[in-house]
Design a binder for this molecule. Sequence first.
Ligand SMILES: *[C@@H]1O[C@H](CO)[C@@H](O)[C@H](O)[C@H]1NC(C)=O
Ligand SMILES: *[C@@H]1O[C@H](CO)[C@@H](O)[C@H](O)[C@H]1NC(C)=O
Ligand SMILES: *[C@@H]1O[C@H](CO)[C@@H](O)[C@H](O)[C@H]1NC(C)=O
Ligand SMILES: *[C@@H]1O[C@H](CO)[C@@H](O)[C@H](O)[C@H]1NC(C)=O
Length: 426
Amino acid sequence: MVRAIACLLLLAAAVQAKHEQYEGHFLYQVWGSSESIANLEGHLDILSATPAYRSESKKLEALVRLSPEEKVEWLPFFERHQMGYKLVSDNLARILQDEEFENSRARNATDQNSTITWDAYYDSNTINKYLDEVGAKYPEIVTVINAGLSYEGRQIKYVRISTTRFENLRKPVIVIDAAAHAREWVTPPVALYIIQQLVERSEKDLTDLIDWIIIPMANPDGYEYSMNEDRLWRKTRSKSHNGSEECPGVDMNRNFAFSWGTVAANSNPCSIIYEGPAVFSEPETRVIRDAVLSQLDRTYLYISLHSFGNMLLYAWGNGSLPSNALSVHYAGIQMASAIDKLKLDKAPIYIVGNAANVLYFTTGTSRDWTRLVGIPLTYTMELPGYEYQFVVPPTYIPQIITESWAGIVAGARNVLSLQNYPTQTV
Ligand SMILES: *[C@@H]1O[C@H](CO)[C@@H](O)[C@H](O)[C@H]1NC(C)=O
Ligand SMILES: *[C@@H]1O[C@H](CO)[C@@H](O)[C@H](O)[C@H]1NC(C)=O
Ligand SMILES: *[C@@H]1O[C@H](CO)[C@@H](O)[C@H](O)[C@H]1NC(C)=O
Ligand SMILES: *[C@@H]1O[C@H](CO)[C@@H](O)[C@H](O)[C@H]1NC(C)=O
């Protein structure tokens, strides 16, 4: 008993130490024009940006972390610039401590016999182990690819799922990635659940008629850093740019070759949206690039999983619409409606739209680059945060994976209904 209590205290102390850096940090909801919210991204830690539903004018609201010093500087700035704000929490460290305790409890309560279950978050090694297990269990349809090493030398794996060993070149391909942003922990479970549904053939036609490439852990260095050192880490952990000693890491979703290097704010290594020293400077973005290019001619749908905000965003990040915008919007609406049918009442419905129109201008995103190289349907998918925003408790994982899978099924069926290739491929 005494030992158990001592253990608990030790755990609490370790948890406290890790999150100490956010002791006394504030979370504020801030709202204002699209430009004013976009400008904050270059200077502050923006945890999410979503349309401000209650306003008729084009306004956004953002969840912003402010240190005590930043609070003194920025609240007057918000007032001078006609931006509204509201306190959400006055101690971020406590939120993160509570989350870690919940995760620890959830993991301890899970079935110790299986590598993963759908009610806890796992480290990147465990996720890789699970992928290898799936590959070993379903060798006839799954190939696990060791696609390359991260900057710190972790293996980045992806799975190819195909009933025809990727040899039937008339089948369409769908590519999905997750965890490009390290702190968005709820995205890998969604990718892993998609893999599980596909290998167990829960919708048989979707594997008979489509080949899949799924990258569930695109940024293992950042993810591990987020689990062990800094819960709010978003970028990679590379140190190959000028200024990387002080500010390591690159925002993977600004590192792709679309209008890269055209926005001054993205070239500051210390900002959360640092685009990197060059296009595809990160080994992690190169893994996604090469996976996409490997089957480009027959890839019809690309989805990058992010968290949070209930949005399906499409090209272009500069505000222009792609030539096939109607099809992109239509397929997005089908996915969104399938998800909305299953969502909990307290979640907002999905918003489908042009990324710059719904939010603000972006460069270097995987969504725009995949569209640019010719994939017809490409999206950034922002999963729900429910009332917990970015620290989604593990108890919500089953809900989020189930509703998101329904969206993926609708997206895949849309691919099959397109007219420009044969659907009877077997
Ligand atoms: C989970 O298990 C570990 C190892 O047995 C233990 O140290 C920890 O206190 C447990 N966490 C909770 C919240 O019970
Ligand atoms: C785990 O495996 C052991 C030994 O194979 C078995 O006795 C036990 O019932 C299993 N537990 C669960 C929850 O499946
Ligand atoms: C590297 O960064 C420093 C400041 O961090 C700057 O003074 C210097 O000009 C930069 N050098 C290059 C080559 O960009
Ligand atoms: C946005 O990018 C697309 C694709 O490169 C291009 O066709 C379009 O002209 C650009 N629009 C603006 C306003 O720059």
